[in-house]
Design a binder for this molecule. Structure first.
Ligand SMILES: *Cc1c(COP(=O)(O)O)cnc(C)c1O
Length: 434
């Protein structure tokens, strides 16, 4: 099976090229040419299937059955080293906890799978694969952990000095091994500019096998389908309609859910956003109008031009009515989000993070128009401790920092300071890796 570009200005490529390249050169996004549904009886016997078995069935189809089964099994094993449990807040309202990975957010699923797949594709090559990634905080951690100890790959993370939180910084500057962190005396945009320049530099691209760990890499969406189907499995009463509530920024997570639906998962979706409400507006008006992003307390969703919208648009044949039939949009401001954190804490004795809180609000509004009870599954995309200051201030209590996060605080920072000039950066890469 091949992967085509949503812009259709470049030829379709195989999985290896789609994964190693990340982005087609026409600036579209890679999409599988065919989405093969699961067998009709798959959902009848789902209760007997393990998370790994479900993942294998989905990944095998989304990779066009091009990987040897034993390899794919290994990749899934290395990806799913943690659970995605469904927690019931009350009847018909569940939280899908996606924060049990090493960096406490759902992005761990995508980053780990992508790392394993890339490693497989570069096996036996003479040059190691060099991943360059600029981060404003969270991506660096998820990518660094995803690639940690993965053979045939080196990762260089560029981050702006003094502009990421203490714990975020510690998550990707203390790992050593195949992960190097460069502390750039500039802004996130400066970091990104350095990475972009490296990809355009003829000498570097000749001497090094460079790629990016782009957030829109198709391989990151594949493992995100796993937990939708596995969450459905965990529902007690499958005779009711089911809706997934997805706190959304770049709309990759919800796109993965929609792919699972295309493969047979009988559910619908709610796209919940903060004031960056481009997609809820599109669903309301039929006009897609990107805007500069505005800052909120659910900052992983502060996106003014969601990159995966192009994929959703493809899946729904560029037809807003088709998208509306599957996805409802809701949006909330920071004050509403804070009240929701308080309400969930008081009512359910559950600490929800600001992104999940936006999802909770959307679900409550959605069911106002439902005539019968439905299963609601709210994706809790990150652990509340990742947004410690906001959450502690709102609930007026200290929250426990999971050991997975706390352990980094005490470790030694190993980053290398660097200016925003390209030449020393280039010289460093050549000296280290060529
Ligand atoms: C990345 C992220 C989101 C947004 O996910 P998209 O796939 O970009 O829509 C939501 N919540 C958290 C905590 C995130 O890190």
């Amino acid at each position: 099976m091949n992967y085509y570009s949503t812009q259709r200005q470049t030829p379709a490529v195989d999985l290896k090229e789609a994964v190693l390249k990340g982005l087609p050169s026409d600036n579209g996004l890679f999409m599988p040419e065919k989405i093969e549904p699961l067998p009709a009886d798959f959902f009848d016997t789902i209760i007997d299937k393990s998370f790994h078995e479900i993942a294998f069935a989905l990944a095998d189809r989304l990779t066009g059955r091009t990987l040897p089964p034993s390899k794919l099994e290994h990749i899934i094993e290395q990806t799913l080293m943690f659970e995605a449990p469904l927690v019931e807040l009350e009847e018909n309202m569940n939280i899908l906890e996606l924060f049990h990975g090493p960096t406490l957010a759902f992005k761990d699923f995508g980053a780990r799978f992508m790392a394993q797949l890339m490693s497989y594709f570069v096996e036996g090559k003479s040059k190691k694969l060099q991943i360059l990634v600029a981060t404003s905080g969270d991506t660096g951690g998820a990518v660094a952990h995803g690639f940690l100890d993965v053979p045939n790959i080196q990762v260089t993370v560029l981050y702006p000095k003094g502009k990421v939180s203490f714990l975020q910084e510690k998550q990707f500057t203390t790992l050593g091994k195949n992960i190097t962190a460069l502390e750039i005396d500039g802004t996130f945009d400066d970091c990104q500019a350095l990475v972009k320049k490296a990809f355009l530099d003829a000498e570097l691209t000749e001497k090094l096998f460079l790629t990016s760990a782009n957030s829109i890499n198709i391989s990151r969406l594949i493992p995100q389908t796993f937990y939708y189907v596995n969450a459905y499995k965990q529902l007690k009463d499958k005779s009711k309609d089911t809706v997934f509530v997805v706190p959304s920024g770049n709309f990759g997570n919800i796109t993965a859910g929609v792919l699972a639906k295309k493969m047979g998962l009988p559910v619908k979706f709610i796209a919940a956003t903060n004031r960056n409400k481009i997609v809820p507006d599109y669903l309301a008006t039929g006009q897609y109008q990107p805007l500069p992003s505005v800052q909120t307390i659910s900052n992983a969703m502060d996106v003014g031009n969601p990159s995966n919208f192009a994929r959703l648009y493809e899946i729904y044949d560029k037809d807003v009515d088709k998208m509306r039939a599957d996805i409802k949009g809701f949006f909330y401001d920071d004050e509403q989000t804070k009240s929701a954190i308080t309400e969930v804490r008081k009512r359910y004795n559950y600490t929800i993070d600001p992104h999940g809180a936006v999802g909770y609000l959307a679900f409550k509004d959605y069911i106002k128009n439902c005539t019968k009870p439905i299963n609601g599954i709210i994706l809790e995309t990150a652990h509340p401790a990742k947004f410690l200051n906001t959450v502690e201030e709102v609930i007026g209590e200290k929250i426990k920092i999971p050991t997975a996060l706390q352990q980094y605080a005490e470790r030694e920072k190993l980053s290398i300071p660097m200016s925003i000039d390209f030449e020393p950066f280039k010289a460093f890469l050549i000296e280290q890796y060529a």
